[in-house]
Design a protein around this ligand. Structure first.
Ligand code: TRH
Length: 372
């Protein structure tokens, strides 16, 4: 999304000048009450991102968080039995629901009209949490106010660079020890429908080195079953030549994070698993959320420009493989696989680089407390 489309998208919001730099807030903020609104569009990322943020605000910053979500089912899958956050079904007209001091509207989901009206009596800090993008206009738009008299909404953009809101990253997240390179190449597979997958599986079947592929529940598992021409239920294992495929059930978010750390290479998608693969400090391949007219390739290139900048000789091969995995060009697995050791080294430096700007939850707390 270019700057102009940013304004097109928010055209109804007039964007005024950059707000004055906030005074340095204290992080030991008084107990802050926060409502996060999440509308599940499709897949798991809306719920996945909102859940991670809600949990961090509650567990690390002591905020009282209510997560209002129109489809609570994914939360029970992502975080079975959790009690840290009050998850409330987003139903009804919200009359009688008192607004709180910080309201987070995830991915421009539009707040319930009755709730928005009630906000006017005691204007909260109102943030619009945006989708993650590496595009260069994001830093210039992060934190901008959008007056909605008598209220004011602020755009909060996650990002990989200074001047953005940073990335979700738990304080207690510990990078797992790198897996040894003895035995099979361990690969996790989490993707959208991908026409390149059958050819990749065939290449892995004929690979010189054994490959153990952990196939995520849902679309990945269904595509592998089609390739096998046989049922592939959770828990099943199937071997074809050098390739052993292992069908996973849906894992909790924490278990999924653990899987990424146990593998030598992770195929991830969308937003949250994409970020988690970077914290896992392993080589990864990202399938961007498919968009009309290949707009996702813009986001892909914006990320690759940042990510491959210090990758040295392997830069072109890695870019080409990411593009091919996103439907743009032929997959060259041998060339990409030969670069895994140098990508593994690069992944360490990259995670430190993107951690340098603070984590998203802490940056959001600072931004909000300075405006409470
Ligand atoms: O599921 P996604 O494709 O979600 C997408 C993206 O977020 C996209 O940006 C957004 O526009 C669209 O939703 C509406 O991919 P993502 O973002 O990786 O979210 C998946 C979540 O599911 C993530 O938190 C990891 C989690 N997960 C598990 O907890 N267990 C599992 O077994 C798997 C496979 C994923």
């Amino acid at each position: 999304m270019t700057n102009s489309s940013f304004h097109r998208k928010y055209g109804e919001d007039t964007i005024s000048a950059v707000p004055p730099a906030p005074t340095s807030p204290s992080l030991t903020s008084p107990l802050v009450s926060c409502d996060i609104f999440c509308a599940v569009i499709d897949n798991l990322g809306d719920a996945g991102v909102c859940w991670r943020l809600a949990r961090q605000l509650a567990a690390e910053h002591g905020w009282a968080v209510r997560l209002w979500i129109d489809d609570p089912a994914p939360i029970a899958l992502l975080a079975p039995g959790q009690t840290v956050v009050e998850v409330r079904p987003w139903i009804g007209d919200f009359s009688g629901v008192d607004p709180v001091s910080v309201v987070i509207e995830a991915f421009a989901c539009d707040l319930p009209p009755c709730y928005l009206e009630a906000m006017k009596a005691r204007p909260p800090v109102w943030l619009n949490l945006e989708y993650l993008s590496a595009e260069d206009w994001v830093a210039g738009c992060h934190g901008l106010p959008s007056p909605q008299p008598p209220l004011e909404k602020f755009f909060f953009f996650p990002g990989f660079v200074a001047g953005t809101g940073g990335l979700l990253h738990e304080r207690d997240y510990a990078v797992p020890p790198a897996p040894t390179f003895h035995g099979p190449l361990e690969i996790s597979l989490f993707c959208y429908a991908n026409p390149q997958l059958p050819a990749l599986l065939a290449t892995w079947r004929d690979n010189w080195q054994p490959i153990s592929c952990h196939v995520a529940d849902g679309l990945p598992r269904r595509q592998v079953a089609d390739w096998l021409g046989a049922p592939f239920p959770a828990g099943a294992t199937a071997t074809r030549g050098s390739l052993t495929l292992r069908a996973l059930p849906f894992l909790s978010q924490t278990e999924y994070d653990g899987l990424l750390g146990r593998c030598h290479l992770n195929f991830v998608r969308g937003e949250d698993s994409f970020v988690r693969a970077q914290w896992a400090e392993r080589p990864f391949v990202w399938q961007a959320y498919p968009q009309e007219a290949d707009a996702h390739l813009l986001k892909l290139d914006a990320f690759l420009n940042l990510y491959t900048e210090k990758l040295g000789t392997g830069r072109t091969a890695v870019r080409d493989f990411f593009h091919a995995w996103n439907g743009d060009g032929p997959l060259d697995w041998p060339k990409f696989a030969a670069l895994l050791p140098s990508q593994a080294k690069h992944a360490l430096g990259w995670s430190r680089q993107i951690a340098a700007y603070g984590d998203l939850a802490t940056n959001l707390v600072k931004f909000s407390v300075a405006r409470l």
